[in-house]
Design a protein around this ligand. Structure first.
Ligand code: GDP
Length: 444
């Protein structure tokens, strides 16, 4: 999960402060020492850390905070505000040209995730009812054109390519002409990457920029490379004048140093974050939500947005009805699992719930996706009748068949059926409880 270690450390520091009725200047100083260490350990740029701590201290020791009724809470609020500012304050959206098409140049080093991100961005724009055109300008890496074409096919987004014998400048130019003719409102140019920054690459990118006059130059960097990502961003920015950064692989970056330093070091905002390999694993970057995730306050807004965009609302209503009547079957179970999984890896979802770290044992909970796959296999190995009628699963012969079909054991099948029954019972009790609560409220 992103920012895991930093989040754990900061939250432990703040827990000690939260309940305090009185907070002294010494308390703040001591806490800031720990915050400083936590940030350095998260691989945040040391200059950025220094300035951050100075700002927080100045505000926290200010009279209105320490003398307030809830000094602990106030100090945490100051840290939250400053973290948000550090990452850019407001969300920085992708440009939209007043006259279509909006031209976006995607740049970055090899392996950072540039081509994948170009595809993800096309999908993101598609969901906003835009009509992107992908342009294959990486003519050097042998498989790059093919990779983009495959993504385009998968997403049903057109891909413009002239093979690898025409210059990237020419390809980009012709692509924009085609976009105008075909009424594509975004042109996403996938440029060449290198293993290291070199002059030849920069010259080529500058040539493309000079010819197409892009509205956005987005640099794709790998968050897992920490301060290297920040250095790469600084060099690209000096040469090309970026408009924004996309941080990829934030799903695997437990430290978060790049995410916290890029804006402060380069002055350029993070516009999107890559959260996985799949095409829908791209999130617009919201500094205030990210800060609140780091401080364990959750990010319910993103969760709700994900649910609204991905979960079939009619199906959700039908499931709720069934739960109330305890008609919930194995088939419904599969359905619900599929819906939840559309939202992303379960670890990440749990991290978005406020106070999740406070629930005993939750902090160390690793959702075992493999175990979930096995459960899914068990249900899929049931016959249609069995899926609809859990009562049928009493006989050993049926269980043996299911275990065999799913590559599991009878014990595992038994365990799952038992859990499922428990779950049904719980749902019944839960709906009874909420109904009673509603009735009481109605009377009172
Ligand atoms: P390019 O050389 O910069 O075009 O890199 P690619 O787009 O080919 O990506 C390199 C690798 O990183 C691929 O295996 C991608 O699946 C993976 N990748 C890209 N973005 C993400 C991300 O946000 N999260 C994770 N976990 N993997 C990613």
């Amino acid at each position: 999960m992103a920012f895991e270690s930093l989040a754990n450390r900061l939250q432990a520091t703040f827990d000690r402060l939260r309940g305090k009725g009185k907070v002294t200047e010494d308390d703040v100083n001591e806490m800031m020492r720990e915050v400083r260490l936590a940030l350095l350990e998260a691989d945040v740029n040391f200059k950025v850390v220094k300035e951050f701590i100075a700002k927080v201290k100045e505000r926290a020791i200010g009279q209105e905070v320490l003398k307030s009724l809830t000094p602990g809470q106030q100090v945490i609020k100051v840290v939250n505000d400053e973290l948000t500012q550090l990452m850019g304050g407001e969300q920085s959206k992708i440009a939209l040209a007043s006259k279509a098409p909006t031209v976006v140049m995607m740049v970055g080093l090899q392996g950072a995730g540039k081509t994948t991100t170009t595809g993800k961005l096309a999908k993101y724009l598609q969901k906003q009812n835009r009509r992107p055109l992908l342009v294959a300008c990486d003519i050097y890496r042998p498989a790059a054109i093919k990779q983009l074409q495959v993504l385009g096919e998968q997403l049903k987004v057109p891909v413009f390519s002239l093979g690898d014998q025409v210059s990237p400048v020419e390809i980009a130019n012709q692509a924009i002409e085609q976009a105008k003719a075909e009424h594509n409102d975004y042109v996403l140019i996938d440029t060449a990457g290198r293993l290291h920054i070199d002059e030849k690459l920069m010259d080529e990118l500058k040539d493309i920029r000079a010819t197409v006059n892009p509205h956005e130059i987005l640099l794709v960097v790998d968050a897992m490379t920490g301060q290297d990502a920040v250095n790469v961003a600084e060099s690209f920015n000096q040469q090309l004048e970026l408009s924004g950064v996309v941080l990829t692989k934030l799903d695997g970056d437990t430290r978060g140093g790049a995410a916290l330093s890029v804006k402060a070091v380069t002055g350029k905002p993070i516009k999107f974050a890559g959260m996985g390999e799949k095409m829908d694993a791209l999130e617009p970057f919201h500094p205030e939500r990210m800060a609140s995730r780091i401080l364990g306050m959750g990010d319910v807004l993103t969760l709700i947005e994900k649910a609204q965009a991905n979960v079939d609302q009619d199906k959700a209503k039908e499931l709720e009805r069934k739960m109330r009547k305890a008609e919930f079957t194995f088939e419904d179970f599969l359905e619900q699992m599929a819906q939840v999984r559309k939202l992303g890896p379960l670890d990440d979802l749990l991290g978005m719930l406020p106070g999740m770290n406070k629930v005993k044992g939750m902090k160390d909970l690793k959702v075992d996706e493999k175990a979930l796959n096995r459960v899914e296999a068990i249900v899929k190995s049931m016959t249609k009748e069995e899926k609809q009628n859990p009562e049928l699963l009493k006989t050993t012969s049926r269980k043996r068949r299911i275990a065999h079909g799913s590559g599991t054991s009878i014990q595992e099948v038994n365990r799952f059926i038992k859990q499922f029954e428990e779950m049904r019972k719980m749902m019944k009790q839960f709906t009874k409880m909420t109904d009673q609560a509603k009735k009481k409220k109605g009377k009172g």
